[in-house]
Design a protein around this ligand. Structure first.
Ligand SMILES: NC(=O)c1ccc[n+]([C@@H]2O[C@H](COP(=O)([O-])OP(=O)(O)OC[C@H]3O[C@@H](n4cnc5c(N)ncnc54)[C@H](O)[C@@H]3O)[C@@H](O)[C@H]2O)c1
Length: 484
C-alpha cells in the first residue's frame, strides 16, 4: 500500500493505495484506482504485533464500560450554571435514571434559563445551602469558579453527597487539603474533572507506555497552545486574577501536568518555570469591549463564542463581566509560560503553555524512550510511535475524523465512571485523591518557581494528606491583584 496513514479525503480522491487504520477498521484505495468492492480481488489485512499490543482492556482495569439504570434515580444538584455546569448537567441527564434536581447559581437569570432548559421539575436557587441539605440529593456537581470550589465541595461532603468537582481541585494547597479531608471523612465518591485522562487518545498513550513500547522513557515534552480568541477570554473573565483561578497554569494546565504524571506513573521531583504577560500587556484602549473604538480591528474582540450567555447578558454583556477589555489593568496572570521538570523516575521534561497562535487550539505530546519516540496531536486524534530499530514499522494510532464528544471523548467516559462509582459498580474513579493533589501541587510549584525564579524541589513531599513538606514547598502565597 501507498503513503502510510492518509486522510480519508486523500484515500477517496487521490487513491493510489493510500490507507488509514482507524479504530478497528482499515480504509484503503487500490493502487490502480479500481473499486475494491467490484474489482474481483480479495484483500487480507494483518494487524502488526505492535497494534495488537495496544488493545485496551478497560474491563481488566476494573472499570465498568456500560451503564444500567439504577434501582432508584440519582438526583443531582448543579452549583454553578456557566458553560461547564450546564454542559455536565446535560451530559449527566443522558444517562437513564439520572435527574437534575437543583440548579444553583448566584445569577437569577442563569437559574431561570437553566430551569427552562432542564424543565420545571428542577428547583432553582441562588444559594447552594438548600440543595446541599436536601436529603433526596445524591450527587453535587461543583462548577463554580475555581476559588469557590472549597466552600461548596466541603459543604457537599459534610452533607453526605457524592461530588463531581471540576478541576483544578482548588487554587491553593490548603484549600485542596481541606477538600480532601472532608472527602475522606464523608466516605463518598470524589471525581475530579481531569477528563483528559479518559479521552481515548491519552488512554492509548498510557497503554503504549505501560506495555513498554517506548522502552525506558527519558524525555517528555507537552505543549498546549490556545487559539488566541479562546486565550483572550481568560484575560476578560474571572480567570484573569490569580486569586480566582490560581493563575493560568493552575487553571488550564493542571490537566497537562496531571497527564504527565499519570502517563508516566511518576511524581515531580524538581520544577523550574518562566513566564510572562506579553501579548495582553499595555494600556487598555477602553474599559468596555462593546464600546471600544478599536473594536473593528482588535483581534481579541469579544465574539461571545467561548461562553454561554443568558438573554439578559446578550443585551448587557457587562452583567457577568464579559465586556471587559482584555488589556484591563487588574489582571495578574501570564499569557505564556514554560515549565521544565524532572520526575522521581528520572524522566526529564518540558511543558509550554501559550495563548497566542492560530485559530485551532492544539495539545501536542512527544515522549522519547530508548526503544521508540511517540509523537501525537490530541486534536488530530492520532499519534505515531517510531522505533529505534530501523527494521520495525512505525506504529500508528488514530481516531481521526471520528467525533468523540467533549474533551476528545473524556467527558463521557469520566461521567460514566463517576456514575458507576456512585452506584457502587466500579472501582473508585481513575483520579485518586493523591493524584488530584499531585497535579495541583505540580502546577503550584511551577507557579512559585516562575514568580521567584527558583527551582522548587518536591522530593521530600508526600502527596497524600497530610503532606506537610510538600505544602511548605508550595505554601499558600498572598495572592497578588496588582498589575504585573
Ligand atoms: N474539566 C475541564 O476541562 C473544564 C472545562 C471548563 C471549565 N472547567 C471548570 O469548571 C468550573 C466552571 O467553569 P466555567 O467555564 O463554567 O465558568 P463560568 O464563569 O462560565 O461559570 C461559573 C458559574 O458559577 C456561578 N457562580 C459564581 N459564584 C457563585 C456562587 N458563589 N454560587 C453559585 N454560583 C456561582 C457564575 O454565575 C457562573 O454561572 C471551573 O472550576 C473551571 O475550571 C473545567
Amino acid at each position: 500500500m501507498g503513503p502510510a496513514h492518509s486522510s480519508h479525503d486523500a484515500i477517496r480522491r487521490a487513491g493510489r493505495g493510500a490507507y488509514s487504520f482507524w479504530l478497528n477498521s482499515l480504509y484503503f484505495s487500490t493502487v490502480d484506482g479500481s473499486d475494491p468492492n467490484s474489482n474481483n480481488r480479495s484483500y487480507t489485512a494483518m494487524l502488526s504485533p505492535s497494534a495488537k499490543d495496544m488493545e485496551l482492556d478497560l474491563e481488566a482495569e476494573g472499570r465498568a464500560v456500560d451503564w444500567s439504570t439504577p434501582a432508584r434515580s440519582f438526583r443531582c444538584a448543579v452549583v454553578g450554571l456557566g458553560n461547564r455546569g450546564l454542559g455536565l448537567a446535560q451530559l449527566a441527564r443522558r444517562f437513564s435514571g439520572v435527574e437534575i434536581a437543583w440548579l444553583v447559581d448566584q445569577s437569577k437569570e442563569r437559574v431561570a434559563e437553566a430551569i427552562k432548559l432542564f424543565g420545571r421539575s428542577a428547583k432553582g436557587a441562588m444559594d447552594p445551602t438548600a440543595a446541599l441539605v436536601d436529603p433526596t440529593v445524591d450527587i453535587v456537581f461543583v462548577t463554580v469558579p475555581d476559588y469557590l470550589h472549597r466552600g461548596v465541595a466541603e459543604a457537599a461532603f459534610r452533607a453526605g453527597k457524592h461530588v463531581f468537582l471540576e478541576k483544578p481541585l482548588a487554587t491553593t494547597a490548603s484549600d485542596a487539603a481541606a477538600i480532601l479531608a472532608a472527602w475522606r471523612q464523608s466516605g463518598r465518591i470524589l471525581q475530579l474533572g481531569y477528563v483528559l485522562r479518559q479521552a481515548p487518545f491519552y488512554a492509548a498513550i498510557r497503554a503504549a507506555v505501560r506495555k513498554g513500547m517506548l522502552g525506558p522513557e527519558r524525555v517528555v515534552a507537552l505543549t498546549e497552545q490556545l487559539d488566541v480568541r479562546h486565550g483572550a477570554t481568560f484575560m476578560r473573565r474571572w480567570h484573569a486574577q490569580s486569586s480566582h483561578s490560581g493563575g493560568l497554569l493552575v487553571h488550564k494546565a493542571c490537566h497537562d501536568l496531571d497527564l504527565i504524571c499519570w502517563l508516566l506513573e511518576a511524581r515531580p521531583r524538581a520544577v523550574s518555570s518562566f513566564g510572562g504577560l506579553d501579548t495582553f500587556a499595555g494600556p487598555p484602549p477602553a474599559t468596555s469591549c462593546s464600546r471600544c473604538n478599536r473594536r473593528a480591528t482588535c483581534p481579541y474582540v469579544d465574539t461571545g463564542l467561548h461562553e454561554r450567555r443568558t438573554a439578559a447578558e446578550l443585551m448587557d454583556p457587562a452583567l457577568y463581566g464579559l465586556d471587559r477589555c482584555v488589556f484591563r489593568m487588574d489582571k495578574d496572570i501570564v499569557d505564556n509560560q514554560v515549565v521544565s521538570f524532572v520526575l522521581d523516575t528520572g524522566v526529564r521534561g518540558t511543558f509550554c503553555l501559550a495563548v497566542q497562535g492560530p485559530v485551532r487550539s492544539e495539545r501536542r505530546i512527544t515522549i522519547i524512550g530508548d526503544r521508540a519516540r511517540l509523537d501525537g496531536v490530541f486534536e488530530d486524534g492520532r499519534f505515531t510511535v517510531t522505533f529505534t530499530d530501523p527494521e520495525r514499522e512505525p506504529f500508528l494510532w488514530s481516531i481521526e475524523g471520528q467525533s468523540q464528544g467533549g474533551h476528545g471523548g473524556g467527558d463521557h467516559v469520566t461521567m460514566l465512571d463517576f456514575l458507576n462509582a456512585c452506584a457502587g459498580r466500579a472501582q473508585a474513579p481513575v483520579t485518586s485523591a493523591e493524584d488530584a493533589m499531585r497535579g495541583l501541587i505540580f502546577a503550584l510549584a511551577a507557579e512559585r518557581a516562575r514568580r521567584e525564579e527558583v527551582v522548587v524541589r518536591l522530593d521530600k513531599g508526600d502527596f497524600a494528606v497530610p503532606f506537610s513538606p510538600t505544602v511548605e514547598a508550595v505554601r499558600d502565597e498572598p495572592l497578588r491583584t496588582a498589575t504585573p
